[in-house]
Design a protein around this ligand. Structure first.
Ligand SMILES: C[S@@+](CC[C@H](N)C(=O)[O-])C[C@H]1O[C@@H](n2cnc3c(N)ncnc32)[C@H](O)[C@@H]1O
Length: 260
């Protein structure tokens, strides 16, 4: 039996401090079990049973450091999640003007592809930049193959038009069609430390700021607002809001904002 991983207070502080500094994700005492679970997974993969040995490895191996950070991210997502925001865009925006859209914590790409299929079906002209801090999630987005349960909320007509059904060992999977894939570009971007080098008509930054504390949220929102064109739209997750943060956006719908 594999012994349960336990962290000393000092080890917890050190590891949580590394994650906070790298990503802004808060792994405080309440998140102890989550941190242990993610750490244990890496230790199993590297066949290391001592936490201090693993921490030494991390300190000397940038690749493993990156794998550890990647493992501490929470990537849950699915197609058509919180779709009211996309419906609002379709109902409100002009189809004649090409849109530059950013899915700023895209995880494995479901958010970006959900927006893409709906805008395509409604004859918009657009491009989507999808970014995340997790390399493994970005690779899944580029691969564009998803288990069937992720597309449960996609209307059947859109599923038929924009997804290919898998066969044989992929029979419970779907693949996003190339015509949709080519409208979405995946790239690594750390919301905490990278500076946007472009401006956008619409930015989605949903279900990531719940993992941040208020100073980090403020930093991320200020940075993303600078990357938003005047009149542009900014969406956060429905369980999130910009309450208590300093910004000059106007609320247009729940968790949806516009730059003046
Ligand atoms: C729960 S997923 C949200 C996915 C999608 N936006 C949605 O609403 O379904 C949160 C994502 O935020 C990413 N993330 C966490 N910290 C980040 C950071 N500092 N910079 C960029 N992405 C980050 C995680 O890797 C994860 O994939």
């Amino acid at each position: 039996m594999i012994p349960e991983t336990r962290l000393s207070n000092e080890q917890h502080q050190k590891l949580a401090g590394i994650v906070y500094k790298e990503t802004g994700i808060v792994l405080n005492e309440k998140k102890y079990s989550l941190l242990v679970a993610r750490l244990s997974k890496r230790m199993r993969i590297k066949a290391i049973s001592s936490v201090s040995d693993y921490m030494n490895l991390m300190a000397n191996d940038p690749e493993e450091f990156n794998e550890f950070i990647d493992a501490t991210t929470t990537n849950h997502t699915f197609f058509f999640r919180e779709n009211k925001h996309c419906e609002y865009i379709i109902a409100t925006l002009e189809k004649t003007k090409p849109l530059k859209i950013w899915s700023a914590a895209s995880s494995s790409g479901e958010e970006a592809y959900s927006i893409a299929v709906q805008l395509l079906a409604n004859a918009f002209s657009f491009s989507i930049f999808a970014s995340d801090v997790s390399d493994s999630m970005l690779n899944l987005g580029r691969r564009a193959i998803y288990p069937g349960d992720r597309v449960r909320e996609v209307p059947p007509s859109l599923l038929r038009a924009y997804f290919q059904k898998g066969e044989d060992r992929w029979k419970d999977h779907v693949k996003v069609k190339p015509a949709v894939q080519k409208l979405v570009t995946f790239s690594k971007f750390n919301l905490l430390s990278d500076k946007p080098s472009d401006t956008f008509d619409i930015i989605f930054c949903r279900n990531v700021m719940i993992y941040f504390d208020t100073p980090t949220r403020q930093r991320v929102v200020s940075s993303l607002c600078r990357a938003l064109k005047p009149g542009g739209y900014f969406f956060v997750g429905l369980a999130e809001s910009l309450n208590g943060l300093d910004h000059s956006l106007t609320t247009v719908l729940p968790s949806g904002y516009q730059k003046n």
